[in-house]
Each structure stands twice: as C-alpha cells, then as structure tokens.
Design a protein around this ligand. Structure first.
Ligand SMILES: Nc1ncnc2c1ncn2[C@@H]1O[C@H](COP(=O)(O)OP(=O)(O)OP(=O)(O)O)[C@@H](O)[C@H]1O
Length: 239
C-alpha cells in the first residue's frame, strides 16, 4: 500500500444541535478500497461529502493529498465523485457530457476522445452514445455518471451508493471497472454488504456519527460486527 493521502482528525459535523459526525479519526492510504457501511442516518454520506469538499467540518481538520486547502484546483482534479446527484446535462448527449467534464479537468483532446470511447463501451452505452441524456433511464444515467466520475482517471474516487438503479449487467460492468485499477483509492458508501465484503480491503462501520469498527475485509469478525450494527436502529438519533 502507498503513502497516506487522507487524514481526518477529530472531525465533527453539526446540523444545529445534531452531531452528524462525532469526532472522526481516519487515515487512508493510496490504493485502498474502503467501504463505509452502517444504518440510515449514521453519517456515511456526510463523511463522504466532507471528503469531496462539499462540506467543511464544524470542528477538526481534514488533510487530502497533503493539504488542508481542498478547494485548490490541483486537489479537485485528483478526485472523482459519484453521488445521488448525477451532475449530468440533460440536453447533451452521453458523449458530449463526458467530453464536457473531461475538458473541465483539462484533458488533452485526443486522450479525452479515446477515454470517452473506452468508457462508453465499458459501461455498455455505445449504442446510445449520441442520444441526449434526457431520454435515458435512471440506470443509464447512473452508468454515465459513473463514467463522468472517472473520466479524468482520479487518484481518489468517492462513491455514494453507486449501485442504485443498476441492473445486474451494469453492476458487473461497474464492478469490473472498479477492480481494474488498483492504484486508484476508492471510498464507497453502500448498504450492499455482499459487495462491500467482496470488493473492499477495509470496512468502516458507522453508527450515530462514529466509526465504531475499522476492520480489514478479511477479518473473520467483520461480518458479525457489520450485521450487528446494520440490523440495529443505531443510526437514528435526535438532539
Ligand atoms: N442538510 C442537513 N440538514 C440537517 N440534518 C442533516 C442534513 N444532512 C444530513 N442530516 C442529518 O445527519 C445525519 C446523518 O445523515 P447522513 O445522510 O450522513 O446519513 P447516512 O448514513 O448517509 O444515511 P443513509 O443510509 O440513510 O443515506 C442524519 O440524522 C440526517 O438527518
């Protein structure tokens, strides 16, 4: 495993009186594939949004790629995010969307065109590449969002429930792409425990704003810990 690329120290995120994150400490190394699991409301998406710099911690420090200044273009250019929002443009075709985002990341035109072709094929949208996204089904949009998130070959990929809306074939295509490149660091929020155990080298199990277990995917106790937390209502808490 490579160098440490993400360090979270005593991170809190408050929404009014509610502590969505309650003192998170974490170090992530280059090349890790981490699953964040836990019941509804445990704070998984909040933590991921923080890593994506969509939220600033109420308290604590977060260092990514050696800096606390996550708004820096060079830091953002090394990250990709697949979230509940597609960020796609409905009036653009699948290909135009990928070209648009690739250009935003400063990709060189020939390399970008090749990468578009490669990803469109890989996600199984080759026949629909020239169709506007407004005509796509939910699962097709999800496939394209995934390609959008990795168009620039990010060093750190953040995935929030990436399998939502995907059929079995698309899920397999995405899984192959995720497992294809081991140097990309991946952090995936998921409720799919089978996928988490099958794909990830490390599991963070969250409950009520805390990481209550940080275990290797092969740890014989990991499944027991995960099921105990996820089958409880430990995510729900009030002020
Ligand atoms: N914008 C917001 N304003 C107020 N409270 C919020 C906001 N976003 C999240 N919360 C609260 O923070 C807590 C953590 O929410 P979060 O979305 O991170 O949970 P989660 O673990 O991702 O849940 P799920 O599995 O349901 O997606 C919840 O109690 C939620 O109600």
């Amino acid at each position: 495993m490579g160098e440490t690329i993400l360090v979270a120290e005593d991170i809190f995120q408050d929404y009014g009186c509610l502590h969505a994150l309650n003192g998170i400490n974490l170090r992530v190394k280059e090349g890790e594939f981490i699953a964040i699991i836990g019941p509804n409301g445990a704070g998984k998406s909040t933590l991921l949004k923080m890593f994506a710099s969509l939220l600033s911690p109420t308290k604590g420090t977060l260092q990514i790629f050696g800096t606390k200044d996550h708004d820096r273009e060079d830091v953002r250019d090394r990250m990709g995010m697949l979230s509940h929002e597609t960020f796609l443009y409905d009036n653009l075709t699948a290909r135009e969307n990928l070209l648009f985002f690739g250009k935003l990341y400063g990709m060189e035109p020939v390399a970008l065109a090749q990468r578009c072709d490669y990803l469109i094929r890989k996600i199984g949208l080759w026949k629909r590449a020239e169709d506007p996204v407004k005509n796509f089904s939910r699962g097709m949009k999800q496939r394209l969002s995934f390609a959008r998130a990795i168009i620039h070959d990010p060093s750190l990929l953040l995935l929030d429930e990436p399998y939502t809306g995907l059929d079995m074939n698309a899920a397999l295509l995405m899984e192959n792409l995720l497992l294809e490149k081991s140097v990309m660091t991946k952090i995936m929020v998921t409720h799919d425990m089978d996928k988490a155990f099958h794909m990830c080298s490390r599991l963070l199990i969250m409950e009520a704003g805390n990481i209550v277990h940080d275990v290797g995917g092969n740890d014989p106790n990991a499944r027991k810990f995960a099921e105990a937390i996820c089958f409880s209502d430990g995510g729900q808490f009030k002020c």
